[in-house]
Design a protein around this ligand. Structure first.
Ligand code: NAD
Length: 263
């Protein structure tokens, strides 16, 4: 791959696992310095950081901000700007899921999902968009979901947050459109990451199915390709959105879902 992002500096939230790690690797492979964020064992994170630096010859850092805490998001952005000198690419990717019928949905889980999946993106965007507009270049990508476009039972908070993220994306895109800054939401279908693995037992319980039935008859049943989307595919898509060829793509709510939302 050409290093077309050489000299660009990126922050990917929730990049110690799953889709975020896939996007972070793809951006680093394209030449961007990357600030990782997210939880995990110190050794695992250090080994991920080290591998990316060695393999792609870019600078890779990690900041452990808990995105439920706005003051830690401020610290995350300041730390990234200080470490790299600028922040050109923001990927709002961190997210959690909780699956339950509405009548028993715990209010504290609603608050937590809205905080991580939606409000954190608002804080990060409000803190970086002015600088990007001033620089005349920027890329903001948020990992929404097919649940930013449609919904399914038992995912009230997740669907509400992802629909909100789509609205936030459109507003930010309009505000930044004349300044060389694009803002897009990518909407993956099912990707087999720890987040999805974690909801299989709950879905199995809620629907009275086995875990294998949930994978085959619920998840892949709704994905016409009948296979999980991969983190590499989402990384490649995010990279394209950061390229000059994508400079007119803004305000997009862009599916990468194996045809799921076409049904
Ligand atoms: P994952 O569980 O593998 O990774 C989530 C990441 O977010 C981890 O790095 C975790 O440490 C981080 N995180 C969680 N809470 C955090 C907090 N409070 N502060 C900072 N970081 C925090 O999940 P994933 O499947 O890779 O999901 C990533 C994003 O993709 C999420 O926004 C999710 O909603 C979205 N998404 C996932 C799928 C899928 O099928 N996996 C589909 C569509 C959208």
């Amino acid at each position: 791959m050409t290093k077309f992002l050489n000299g660009r500096n990126a922050l990917v939230t929730g990049s110690t696992s799953g889709i975020g790690a896939g996007i972070a690797r793809a951006l680093a492979e394209a030449g961007a310095n990357v600030m990782l964020n997210g939880f995990g064992g110190a050794d695992d994170i250090e080994s991920l950081r080290n591998r990316m630096e060695t393999q792609f010859e870019v600078r890779v850092g990690h900041h452990p901000a808990d995105l439920t805490r706005p003051n830690e998001i401020v610290d995350l952005i300041t730390h990234t700007e200080n470490a790299f000198g600028s922040l050109d690419i923001l990927v709002n990717n961190a997210g959690i899921q909780f699956v339950s019928p509405l009548e028993s949905f715990p209010p504290e889980m609603w608050d937590k999902i809205i905080a991580i999946n939606l409000t954190a993106a608002f804080h990060a965007i409000r803190l970086v968009i002015g600088g990007m507009k001033q620089n005349g270049w920027g890329r903001i990508i948020s990992t929404a979901s097919t649940h930013g476009l449609v919904s399914s039972p038992f995912k009230s908070a997740y669907a509400a947050a992802k629909h909100g993220l789509v609205g936030l994306t459109k507003t930010a895109a309009l505000e930044a459109a004349e300044y060389g800054v694009t803002v897009n939401a990518v909407c993956p279908g099912y990707v087999l990451t720890p987040l999805v693995e974690g909801q299989i037992p709950d879905l199995a319980r809620s629907r009275g199915m086995t875990e294998d039935q949930v994978k085959r008859d619920v998840m892949l049943q709704s994905q016409p390709t009948r296979r999980f989307v991969t983190v590499e595919e989402i990384g490649a898509f995010a990279c394209f959105l950061c390229s000059e060829g994508a400079r007119s793509i803004t305000g997009g709510v862009l599916t990468i879902d194996g045809g799921c939302t076409s049904q």
